[in-house]
Design a protein. Structure first.
Length: 58
């Protein structure tokens, strides 16, 4: 993903953050769709830090 296709210098901070949130949501939806199509039940985690913690620590 190229950041320059998502945000630009003329956007306000709020607009940039909203664009980033939308891009992350779209990527997660795409990962879920790919996981479902492949027969997997797991897709990309919402928080990458979840991959570094055991279930008890969460």
């Amino acid at each position: 993903m190229n950041a320059s296709t998502i945000i630009n210098d003329t956007m306000s901070l709020e607009e940039k953050l909203a664009a980033i949130d939308a891009a992350v949501a779209a990527a997660q939806a795409d990962a879920q769709a790919n996981a479902n199509a492949s027969g997997f039940t797991t897709d990309a985690p919402v928080d990458p830090a979840d991959l570094t913690m055991c279930v008890g620590c969460q």
